[in-house]
Design a protein around this ligand. Structure first.
Ligand code: 5GP
Length: 192
C-alpha cells in the first residue's frame, strides 16, 4: 500500500533492536484519513470472504479494526490486556511482548464470539507473531472460524508471518519491512 509506505518513510523511525516507531500516525497520535485508507484496502483484500466479526487487541489495533468494522457493518471485539472485574465467561491466554520484553495475560469474553462466527483478526504490527498466535489460541477456544489476519505493518525479518502462513492462515500485510538499519527502512517489493 503505497501511501502507507510513503508515510512510514516520511515519519517512521527505525530504532535499535529492530523496532519501528510510528507514534505520529499509529501508536500514539492516529491519522484517521490514513486509517480509513488502510481499512478500505483490507476491505478489498478480504472481499471474497464472509466476515461476521473483527477481532483486534488493545490498544493500537482498535483504530483500523473499528474503521473496517464500520465499512463491513460488523461488530469489533478487542482482546483486553487487563481483566475487568465485571467480565463474565472469560477466556485467558498469555503473550510475550517483543517491545516490552514481558509476558502479560490477555482476555476475551465468550459472550461476544460464538462458534458460528467468521472472524478476521486485525492488528497494527506483526513481528514474531506472539500476539497473533495467542489470540488464535483464544479464538480456538471459542470454536469460531478464523478466516484471515490483517496487519498494517509486518516486519518480515521476524518470524511471525512465516509461522502464521505455515498454519495455513490467510495473512495480509499492507507494508512489509524487510530491513531496519542505520535509520534506513527497506520494504519487501510484495505486500503479502
Ligand atoms: P509480535 O507479537 O508479533 O512479536 O508483536 C506484535 C505486537 O508487538 C504488536 O501488536 C505491536 O504492538 C508490538 N510491536 C512489535 N514490533 C513492533 C515495532 O517494531 N514497532 C511497534 N511500534 N510495535 C511493535
Amino acid at each position: 500500500m503505497q501511501i502507507l509506505k510513503d508515510k512510514i518513510l516520511k515519519e517512521g523511525k527505525a530504532s535499535n533492536g529492530g523496532v519501528l516507531k510510528v507514534d505520529s500516525f499509529i501508536n500514539h497520535q492516529i491519522d484517521p484519513m490514513l486509517m480509513k485508507s488502510i481499512a478500505s484496502t483490507f476491505l478489498k483484500k478480504f472481499s471474497s470472504k464472509e466476515i461476521t466479526k473483527i477481532v483486534t487487541i488493545e490498544a493500537s489495533g482498535i483504530a483500523p479494526a473499528v474503521l473496517l468494522g464500520y465499512l463491513l457493518e460488523v461488530p469489533v471485539v478487542f482482546v483486553k490486556k487487563a481483566k475487568p472485574k465485571t467480565m463474565e465467561n472469560m477466556l485467558v491466554s498469555s503473550v510475550y511482548s517483543f517491545t516490552k520484553d514481558t509476558t502479560y495475560p490477555i482476555f476475551i469474553s465468550k459472550e461476544y464470539i460464538k462458534p458460528e462466527d467468521k472472524v478476521l483478526f486485525i492488528d497494527d504490527f506483526l513481528a514474531n507473531g506472539n500476539a497473533a498466535l495467542s489470540v488464535l489460541g483464544l479464538l480456538e477456544q471459542t470454536k469460531a472460524k478464523v478466516i484471515g489476519m490483517g496487519f498494517v505493518i509486518e516486519k518480515s525479518f521476524q518470524n511471525g508471518g512465516k509461522l502464521l502462513r505455515e498454519k495455513g492462515i490467510d495473512v495480509v500485510s499492507l507494508a512489509r519491512v524487510k530491513e531496519l538499519a542505520d535509520n534506513k527502512i527497506i520494504f519487501e517489493t510484495e505486500e503479502n
